[in-house]
Design a protein around this ligand. Sequence first.
Ligand SMILES: [Zn+2]
Length: 488
Amino acid sequence: MRTIHTFFILLFLQAAMAQSDQELAAKTVEKNTIKSHISFLSDDLLEGREAGTRGNKIAASYIANQLLSFGALPVPGTDSYYQEFNLSYTIPPGFLKLDLDGNAFPLNLALELPAIETSGKAAFLGYGTEEDFKGKDLSGQVVVVWAGYEGKQDARTVITAGRDKIAIAKAMGATGLIELTQFDDAMWSRLKNYLGARTEVKDESAPEESNTFHIWSNIKDKDPGFSADRPIAYSLSSDGQAHTTQKTQNVVGIIEGTDPTLKDEYVIYSAHYDHVGIGRPNAEGDSIYNGARDNNIGVAAVLSMAENLGQYPTKRSALFILFTAEEKGLLGSSYYVEHPVVPLEQISYCFNTDGGGYNDTTLATIIGLERTTAQPLIEKGAAAFGLKATGDPAPEQGLFDRSDNVSFAQKGIPAPTYSTGFNSFDDEILKYYHQADDEAETLDYDYLLKFYRGYVYSGRLIANTPDKLFWKAGDKYEKAGKELYGID
Ligand SMILES: [Zn+2]
C-alpha cells in the first residue's frame, strides 16, 4: 500500500515537473487579471498618463506594486522600482521678429533662442557645408545659410544637417545661425509643432543657458538673392524660449533565472506605459486619451509575464521595463539604454510589446518577426493558443524604428515588438489610434487572453532555449550586435 502511495506521489511530482512551458503559460494568464490591469490603467482618473503628470506617476506606482506582488526585485542596489530622470520642456518664444536686408521674414521657428535684441551684418555661407565654413573668421558673427543640402531639403535632412551646422558654427565662435527653409505650409506647421514646443531628456551636464541662437526662417519659393560676396544686414528681437523641467520614471523589476549559467543572461520584457494625456475632445466631449490599446495592452502583457515568472521562473533571468515618455519620442527607452541597470551585453533578447490597436483577431503581429532567430519560437508560442504570428504588414510605415524596441536594436540587442493583430492601417485601427475613444471597455478580452498566453509562452521559449538568440544574417542591426556581444 505504502509503495503504491509513494509511487503515485512520484508520478504526481513528475507530472508537475514535466509541465510544459505551454501549460505554465496558460496556467497564470487569466482574463479577469488582464482586464483589471487594463481597466485600472485606462481609467479617466489617470488622465491619459502623459509623461511627467500625476496620472503617469499613478500608473508607475500601480505597475511597481504589481511587480512587487509578483516577487520581482527592484533596481539593483536600491529598494525602488523606479528609474527617475528629468524631462526638459521647451516653450516657444512669445514673439520673434527677424529682418534681413530690410525685409521682414515672418515665418520663424526657434530651435535655440535666448531673449535677444540684436542687429548687425551676417555672413551668408550657401548651404553651410564644411567646405563653406572652411577658413572663415566667424568669431562673434551671425551666419545665414540655406537649410539642408543642395537638392536635399526634406525635413529629415534639414534637421540632421542643421545639427551639424550649428555645431560647426558654435565651434568657430559664431553667435547665431539662421537657416532658410523651403517647406510647404503643412510640413512647416508640423515641424513647428514637433520642434517648437519640444520635450527632451534633460542633459544634466549641459550648460544651463546658451547665448547662441539657432533659428529657421521659412521662405517657401522666394529667392532672397543672398550671396557669399556681401554681408546681410540683420535685426532680430525675441523674448526667447522658456524651459521647464519635470521628473518622470521608467519602472524596472527583475526575476532571477534558475540555470546556474544562463541566469547571467537576461530577457527584457518591455512596454511603454505613458500615453498622450488630455487633448482635443471628441464628439461626445471626452478629452481624456485613455490609451487602452496604446499601450495598456502592452503593459498588461509585461505584467502577465512577470506574474508567470514569479511563480515559474525560466533559465534566463527576466528584466521587466515599463517605459515612460515613449509618446514624446522614445525618451524613456533612449534614457534606459544609456543608463542600463544590467550591462547591455548581458541582455540576450528584448521582447517589447506595443501597438496602436488590432483589426484581425486571428493574428499576433510581430514587428520584426523575421529579423531575429527567435522567429520559430514566437510562431510556436502564438500558434499554441490559436493565433498566427505574422510580420510587419506595412513596412513602408517604418514601425520597427518607431517603438522602444529600436533603442535596444541600435545597441545590437535583438528586439522585435509584439503587437495585437493587424493586417493594414484601416478605419478600424484609426478609429482608436491616439483617440479619446481608446477605452478599456472596447476591447475583446477573449482575443486578448490568447494574445497574452501566446506572449508568455513565446517569452518562456525564448528564455529557456539553450540556443543563442541573434539577428538574422544581413540585418541592419547585425553589425551592432556583433560589436555588443563581441562576436566576429
Ligand atoms: Zn505605443
